[in-house]
Design a protein around this ligand. Structure first.
Ligand code: ATP
Ligand code: MG
Length: 320
């Protein structure tokens, strides 16, 4: 990826908190312009800490971060007006209505035009589905409504980049769907969206790219499609001739073979070196047929991001 196209780029970004906790450990992240980038990791893996450093809210212990091509936190004043952010527990005035919170927030923004304020506030409320509740005091909002209000604040101005820390946190399934479709709309308008989540299927549904964190370390980053396909799906053959099928598959390097009724499954062979051609599954099918194995069905089971995560960490998606 060219550096010009990265809207977020970190080099060796590290945060050790005062208590000694190493929250983010030498992170190299590259978020391409125009992507919907999922920042995935279990609780405590360093997502919020990273986002706080990106937004200039805390200083890194070492390493560097560039946002929209500018160094953070040094260029925060120039960068932050171009970025909409929603970070854990948006600060709200409980005694003000949702609408008045947005008005106040917008009034604190020197780049916001007061003449368009009420129209922009109304549009942002509408976008996050809060119009009906806009007059209610924020302290009477549910967690999901507060989350929507925080998102509305990030949407008061057109932004090049949106940084959303767990935007669906506290929302019910319908609310989660609404936020996902909002993220897709914003991305379609050309906004780069960087969002953190601990929900694998959420990332798989909305993101073009993802990075996986565990215990402050980056495990992998890339397109969601590439990450999922890196977890190799199991090969599955349906045949009445399971004994012969197992023999032929074994001869061709298929491992971990399991027979259940008329189905044989196994792991496709791993190419010998980085330059070796992967085995063409068509050749494998031909070999079965040549050995007079009668094949009813032949294919690979689709791998998901969850499979990739389990393959990467050797464990489920639980808190370490
Ligand atoms: N202010 C702080 N002082 C000391 N340690 C902290 C502080 N904030 C976070 N940590 C620790 O740093 C690590 C990373 O925390 P962080 O909040 O960045 O994780 P996260 O991935 O956002 O988790 P979650 O999914 O729960 O939001 C955790 O071990 C946490 O306990
Ligand atoms: Mg967090």
């Amino acid at each position: 990826m060219s550096e010009l196209s990265a809207v977020i780029e970190t080099r060796g970004l590290t945060k050790r908190y005062r208590g000694g906790q190493l929250a983010v450990d030498r992170l190299d992240l590259a978020v391409p312009r125009g992507s919907v980038f999922g920042f995935l990791g279990p609780n405590g893996s360093g997502k919020t800490t990273t986002i706080r450093m990106l937004m200039g809210l805390i200083e890194p212990t070492s390493g560097s971060a560039r946002v929209l091509g500018e160094p953070m936190p040094r260029a925060a004043r120039r960068v932050l007006p171009r970025v909409g952010a929603l970070i854990e527990g948006p600060a709200l005035y409980g005694f003000l209505s949702g609408r008045d919170n947005l008005v106040r927030f917008d009034a604190a923004d020197p780049d916001a035009d007061p003449r368009t304020r009420s129209a922009r506030v109304a549009a942002a409320l509408e976008r996050v589905g809060l119009t009906a509740a806009a007059g209610k005091r924020a302290r009477a909002y549910s967690l999901g409504m507060k989350q929507r209000l925080g998102l509305a604040a990030a949407l008061l101005q057109p932004r090049e980049l949106l940084v959303l820390d767990e935007p669906t946190n506290g929302l019910d399934p319908q609310g989660m769907r609404e936020i996902r479709s909002l993220v897709r709309e914003l991305a379609a308008d050309g906004t780069t969206v960087f969002l953190s989540s601990h929900l694998l299927d959420e990332i798989e549904q909305v993101c073009s790219h993802a990075a996986v964190m565990a215990q402050g370390r980056l495990l992998v980053q890339g397109t969601v499609a590439a990450l999922a396909s890196s977890a190799r799906g199991r090969l599955a053959v349906t045949t009445p001739d399971t004994t012969d099928a197992v023999r032929v598959l074994k001869e061709h390097g298929v491992t971990d073979l399991v027979v259940a009724d008329d189905r044989v499954t196994g792991d496709p062979p791993v190419p010998d070196g980085p330059d070796a051609e992967p085995l063409d599954l068509a050749d494998l099918n031909a070999a079965l047929v040549a050995a007079q194995v009668r094949v009813r069905a032949f294919g690979t089971e689709r791998a998901s991001l969850e499979d990739a995560f389990v393959a990467l960490t050797g464990e489920g998606f639980d808190v370490g």
